[in-house]
Design a protein. Structure first.
Length: 338
């Protein structure tokens, strides 16, 4: 008795969904700016064309387009009450507008300033300063107006630490009672610069757990952090310029995205700009496409940010595989209708 095996090529049962170009869009941009694209599935192949003349450069960045908030007048600070406790971890990205001395960046209080992170300039040399209950410790650091810095403050009575870009730089062993509020900036010696991606944990994180906030996906998605169960607040400092965000941070309020600790500005008005993820991606992890050229690559991503420096046209094609539909049968066999 003979047996027959029928095979069906993927091309006959929806190969357009797994090969070729199932996601494509053309953009007609009337002015310089940004376009944030989120794909329904993680891509395998990405093809982007700059369909305009030499006057336009398209920069392709693979990042979550976080924004940042600036307190430009030197007299503002943001504050919120927090759940009273004896240990916290605060992670924050900052960039300075000026290098004025003694700028207060983070303060934890229980009615008076107890734990504070600030700058300190000793003989014109920039330092980070950790303050706990009147005791101070300083660390020489390249503070400038160009680079974003990840600051992590681990506040625990008897063991308070400061980290800069994942490195433990300062410690103080002073004790204190429970803390109940947080400030960014201060009533004096205010921070002059930008805040981005602020997280608050109701736990003193370990060295390895702090490292997650600088080296892993947790730095942009704290909900995946190994200690996410202690995540009390997420402040994006984001006005929703590139993607839907509700409610959007505005001139006087930075909303807590996971809790109820909204930050309120004491005076003046916040202004918003691109945050550390965009600036870092553009400087270090991006493609530049000149006019009437394109780029194709095997890329696994579910989002891309395009920057265009002039008006023009951009075409984007994305697929789940880089195998053309016409060749899918070579893997799966020809269909019975071929």
């Amino acid at each position: 008795m003979s047996s027959f095996v029928y095979t069906t090529g993927l091309r006959n049962v929806g190969s357009y969904q797994v090969s070729g170009r199932p996601w494509l869009k053309n953009y007609d941009k009337v002015a310089p700016g940004y376009e944030f694209i989120e794909f329904p599935n993680v891509t395998k192949c990405l093809n982007i064309h700059n369909d305009s003349g030499s006057s336009q450069i398209v920069t392709v960045m693979f990042c979550k387009p976080t924004r940042s908030a600036n307190m430009p007048n030197g007299t503002e600070y943001l504050s919120s009450s927090i759940t009273q406790g004896g240990e916290f971890t605060v992670s924050l990205w900052v960039k300075f507008d000026s290098l004025a001395a003694d700028q207060r960046v983070i303060t934890l209080t229980n009615g008076t300033d107890i734990v504070r992170v600030q700058t300190r300039f000793l003989s014109t040399t920039p330092n980070w300063r950790l303050f706990v209950n009147g005791s101070v410790d300083d660390y020489l650091f390249d503070i400038n107006t160009t680079d974003w810095i990840n600051i992590v403050l681990v506040a625990k009575s008897g063991d308070t630490k400061l980290y800069a870009n994942g490195t433990h730089i300062l410690s103080l062993s002073d004790t204190f009672s429970d803390l109940n509020s947080i400030e960014f900036g201060g009533t004096t010696a205010n921070f002059d610069g930008y805040y981005s991606s602020g997280y608050l944990f109701s736990k003193a994180l370990t060295d390895a757990e702090v490292s997650e906030l600088y080296t892993t996906t947790a730095r942009v998605e704290p909900e995946v952090h190994s200690q996410a169960q202690y995540l009390e607040s997420v402040w994006l400092f984001d006005d929703g310029e590139y993607y839907t965000l509700s409610p959007v941070d505005d001139a006087t309020t930075v909303y807590d995205r996971v809790g109820n600790n909204n930050l309120t500005l004491n005076s003046g008005a916040l202004t918003f700009a691109n945050g550390w993820t965009i600036e870092n991606a553009e400087a270090r992890h991006s493609w530049d496409i000149s006019g009437l050229q394109g780029v194709q690559g095997s890329v696994k991503t579910n989002r891309v940010l395009l920057k265009h420096d002039n008006a023009g046209y951009i075409s984007v094609f994305a697929s789940l595989t880089n195998i053309p539909a016409s060749q899918m049968h070579e893997l799966s066999g020809q269909g019975i209708d071929e």
